[in-house]
Design a protein around this ligand. Structure first.
Ligand SMILES: C[S@@+](CC[C@H](N)C(=O)[O-])C[C@H]1O[C@@H](n2cnc3c(N)ncnc32)[C@H](O)[C@@H]1O
Length: 230
């Protein structure tokens, strides 16, 4: 049995989430942020994971990057793609209205994500899990599913990032790799006003990994990569 089928059996009683989904009329739209980052493909190549967890999926651009690499390497593995598909606080802005694609006040992001995975021919590598981060963590822990590679890209405020790290880091398998999004070194500024980018994300990561053993901690181009000791 494939790793993906085992995950489907464990989480969805064997049901196939993509079955019957009419994706052809939904345009491919892989807008995202740092979604083709080299840390994502590097983690897949170094760990050769059976289970990948991404927390914070949006339209699926970073899932697609990792799934394509798993496909290229011929790995028996799947990405559990966790999101409420409701967006984050920062997405409630006029410029994101088209992306959120509200229907009666409710975003239609989930359909865009599913369609993108179908357009890319990657359904064999993806299992969507439409829960919030902490409920998903509880479910996976209950069912004994531990990630070998973990990508955290959900809430970007201090409390959310710290909660995600406290929940998910202990679940990462020994020797696994965590990638965190929107980690910028102190002093990295943007715009005319010289505003720091996502300082609360950095604060949470720096505090958490000052207190938790890890092998490597690298950062660049808006992500960090952390290794878990064996
Ligand atoms: C920045 S986007 C993810 C971008 C995506 N990884 C990419 O590369 O394109 C953040 C996503 O996190 C989701 N999100 C925010 N807080 C969450 C939470 N507590 N649990 C699950 N998903 C959450 C939002 O719905 C949104 O889709």
């Amino acid at each position: 049995m494939t790793a993906r089928q085992q995950i489907l059996d464990t989480l969805f009683f064997g049901r196939e989430p993509f079955a019957g989904f009419a994706w052809q009329d939904i345009p491919r739209d892989l807008q995202g942020w740092h979604s083709g980052h080299p840390y994502l493909t590097r983690a897949i190549g170094e760990v050769r994971p059976r289970v990948v967890v991404e927390v914070g999926v949006w339209k699926g651009a970073s899932v697609v990057t990792m799934a394509k690499e798993m496909q290229r390497l011929g790995l028996d593995g799947a990405i559990i793609a966790i999101d409420t598909w409701l967006g984050s606080a920062e997405h409630y802005k006029e410029k994101f209205v088209a992306d959120m694609d509200f229907e009666f006040g409710h975003p239609r992001l989930y359909r865009k994500f599913l369609a993108n995975v179908c357009h890319e021919g990657l359904t064999d590598y993806v299992v969507p899990l439409p829960l919030d981060s902490i409920n998903a963590y509880e479910l996976l822990k209950m069912r004994g599913l531990r990630p070998d590679v973990l990508h955290i890209d959900a809430g970007h405020d201090y409390a959310s990032v710290m909660a995600d790290l406290k929940a998910w880091w202990p679940e990462l398998a020994p020797g696994g790799i965590l990638i965190g999004d929107d980690y910028f070194k102190a002093g990295f500024v943007q715009g005319l006003l010289g505003k720091e980018k996502w300082p609360e994300v950095r604060q949470a990561f720096d505090e958490f990994f000052a207190a938790n053993a890890h092998t490597v901690f690298e950062s660049g181009d808006g992500k960090c990569l952390v290794g878990k000791p064996r």
